[in-house]
Design a protein around this ligand. Structure first.
Ligand SMILES: C[S@@+](CC[C@H](N)C(=O)[O-])C[C@H]1O[C@@H](n2cnc3c(N)ncnc32)[C@H](O)[C@@H]1O
Length: 208
């Protein structure tokens, strides 16, 4: 059992173990979500894994509902377990098996999209610590030669699912920042890049 903010997260279904860097930006996202004065706030946790990010939102902000998306069946059953452990009511979430947005209704729009996609570059395989390779599923780690396969697809499609004032929080590898800046420019997204608690470029906040 792992702690993620004030949530208990089980990873016994062999899903990706949530990281302190992710916890760091999720905490900042929570602060922003709490500021929204909407009656109901719609959140998407895409590449959800254990569901840690979305569960932290549901547990800490009352008027939120969250869609959890992952392509891996083990992740989906792990999310269900973790929602139960954290006493989240069924009417507040949906769990969707989907390859990115493929199975998400075209009309589904979100106030916040929170994403920690696989982003390890295959050409940096040798730098990945052996215990990470042993524990975390490869599907959760790697994203093509430069690690940008999912980030590119996400940045290409995300505008279709953000409300007019919606925000995306997206985690990446510090080395990917220049390339991501280029891609988002092409996609017409506004961006702020942010560092993690270790002083490394680690996530961005994007909007239309
Ligand atoms: C790095 S893990 C993040 C897990 C969790 N959000 C966290 O931060 O701890 C990435 C997740 O993306 C999922 N994934 C991989 N390819 C996907 C795809 N094409 N569509 C949706 N999810 C995918 C993996 O199964 C894995 O659970």
């Amino acid at each position: 059992m792992k702690r993620f903010l004030n949530c208990k997260i089980d990873i016994s279904k062999k899903v990706f173990a949530p990281r302190p860097e992710t916890e760091f930006w999720t905490k900042l996202a929570l602060k922003e979500i709490k500021k929204l004065k909407e009656k109901k706030i719609d959140v998407l946790d895409i590449f959800a894994g254990s569901g840690a990010i979305g569960i932290a939102v549901l547990k800490n902000v009352k008027n939120t509902s969250c869609d959890f998306v992952d392509v891996d069946r083990s992740a989906l059953s792990q999310i269900r377990i973790n929602l139960k452990i954290n006493n989240i009511k069924k009417r507040r979430y949906r769990i969707v098996k989907s390859n990115l947005f493929e199975e998400i209704n075209k009309n589904s729009l979100y106030d916040f999209i929170l994403a920690n996609p696989p982003y390890v570059a295959l050409n940096r395989l040798s730098e990945v610590q052996p215990n990470v390779l042993k524990k975390d599923p490869r599907l959760a780690l790697f994203a093509g030669k430069d690690g940008l396969d999912y980030i590119k697809r996400l940045l290409n499609e995300v505008k279709n699912h953000l409300k007019p004032k919606g925000r995306i929080y997206l985690e990446f590898d510090p080395q990917q920042k220049p390339e991501i800046k280029k891609i988002s420019g092409k996609e017409g997204l506004n961006l702020k890049f942010r560092k993690d608690q270790f002083g490394k470029w680690r996530f961005l906040i994007g909007w239309k």
